[in-house]
Structures are given as structure tokens and as C-alpha cells.
Design a protein around this ligand. Structure first.
Ligand SMILES: [Zn+2]
Length: 235
């Protein structure tokens, strides 16, 4: 006769939600549960023991995780963050490339990149409208009169303060969840937009260096990625 006396947990569900299940390898529903261990004799719970810490259980595969499983974003959240990062980078590079007066090639390269990133109904007028809105948040009195689009938000960071903040908020939370090739791919995407009208301008280079910094890349790796992008033949 084995296991006549045993300790096992009884769980109760506190909350339902969605998370990334490592065992399933995808987005799944979880139940957050708390439990208490019971001393069982012949399967009958007789004596309550210690409470257990809260856990998450995948409703599909029933794998159980600690609460830290929530630190891993769901695939759909990751995708949204990635799109957002592409958007922030394209706008910042476009601003550094001259904003409303950027060369048509740069504008089109930004539109193409963003369509590829999931903004399928984007076109050049919409992109320029978004840039005007983003640039007007700088609180710069000169940027409100619209007399000269080229000077809107251009400063030492290359793209204006509002777009700079957007770069940090869009990229930094994403970066820890990307591997090396994913990081350089984002930077390269921005570089190819800047290169659409010729070699990097100083403002474009400084924006792209901020992108590299937000991605957690060192200055040397950033510059090497930018140099590699400049050597890539473009159609
Ligand atoms: Zn699962």
C-alpha cells in the first residue's frame, strides 16, 4: 500500500488572463491560482497545511508557472510593440531628413517600411500628417507657425524632443525581448530610410545612434550596422 498518506495542493482560481505559455510556445489563457497543501489520507483531505504562492496555470497544456511568467509579453503584444518601434524610428528618421521637406525618396522609403511592418493602409500624406502632429508636441513656438517645415523640431538629437521621447518609450521596453538580429534589423530599417536620398546627414546619423542606444547596442556595433546598411545595394 503506497501513498495512503500524501500531501497535495487544492487550488482555487482568482483570475483569468492571457499570457505567453513557454510549454505551448504561444499565446494562451491562464488561470491565476492560489492553493493550500492538504494532508490526505487515502485520498481524503484531512489536515490543511501551508498556503502555496500564487501560480499561473495554462488552460491548454496545464503547465504551471510562477508569476514571473507574466514578464514575457504575449506574441500579440510583442507584435504591437514591434510595429510601434518601427513607426517611431521611421518618423524620427524622416524628421531628421528634413521633415515635411524630406526628399520624396525618403518619404517613400518610410511608407514602404511601415507598410511592411503592418501599417498596410499608410500613404505619404498620412505619414506627413502624423509627423506634423508628432513634431508639434515639442512646445517650440517656432514649430507652430508652420512657416518653414524644415526647421520643425530639428535640434541636437536630430529629430525633435517629442520624437526623441517616442523613440525611447517605443524601443526600450521592446529591446530586452529581441535577439541580436532583431535589434540590428530595426536599426537597419531606419538606416535604409535615411539612405534613400544619399549618404547619412549628421542629423540622421545622430537619430540612428539614439535608436542604437535605445536598442542597447554599443556605439561601435551601431556604427558598424549603419556602415553595413550603407554598403547594401539598393534597387
Ligand atoms: Zn500551455
Amino acid at each position: 500500500m503506497t501513498h495512503v498518506v500524501a500531501v497535495s495542493a487544492r487550488w482555487h482560481t482568482e483570475l483569468l488572463g492571457e499570457f505567453y505559455c513557454l510549454a505551448c510556445g504561444g499565446d494562451r489563457n491562464y488561470r491565476r491560482q492560489r492553493g493550500r497543501n492538504w494532508l490526505r489520507v487515502a485520498g481524503i483531505p484531512l489536515l490543511p497545511l501551508r498556503r502555496t504562492a500564487a501560480t499561473l496555470q495554462c488552460t491548454s497544456c496545464r503547465a504551471r508557472y510562477g508569476m514571473d511568467a507574466l514578464a514575457h509579453p504575449t506574441s500579440s503584444l510583442l507584435l504591437a510593440m514591434l510595429r510601434n518601434a518601427h513607426h517611431a524610428i521611421a518618423l524620427a528618421v524622416l524628421a531628421a531628413s528634413g521633415g515635411q521637406d524630406a526628399a520624396p525618396g525618403v518619404r517613400d522609403a518610410a511608407v514602404t517600411a511601415l507598410r511592411g511592418a503592418g501599417y498596410t493602409d499608410l500613404d505619404a500624406p498620412k505619414l506627413l500628417a502624423e509627423l506634423a502632429v508628432a513634431g508639434s508636441d515639442d512646445g517650440d513656438p517656432d514649430s507652430a507657425d508652420g512657416a518653414d517645415g524644415a526647421d520643425v523640431g530639428i535640434d541636437i538629437c536630430g529629430c525633435g524632443a517629442a520624437l526623441l521621447v517616442e523613440l525611447h518609450t517605443a524601443i526600450e521596453p521592446l529591446a530586452p525581448h529581441l535577439l541580436g538580429p532583431g535589434l540590428t534589423r530595426l536599426l537597419t530599417q531606419g538606416a535604409l530610410i535615411a539612405l534613400a536620398d544619399g549618404p547619412y546627414r549628421p542629423a540622421e546619423r545622430s537619430v540612428l545612434r539614439v535608436v542604437g542606444q535605445c536598442l542597447g547596442l554599443g556605439r561601435e556595433e551601431t556604427d558598424a550596422t549603419l556602415a553595413a546598411a550603407a554598403r547594401t545595394p539598393r534597387s
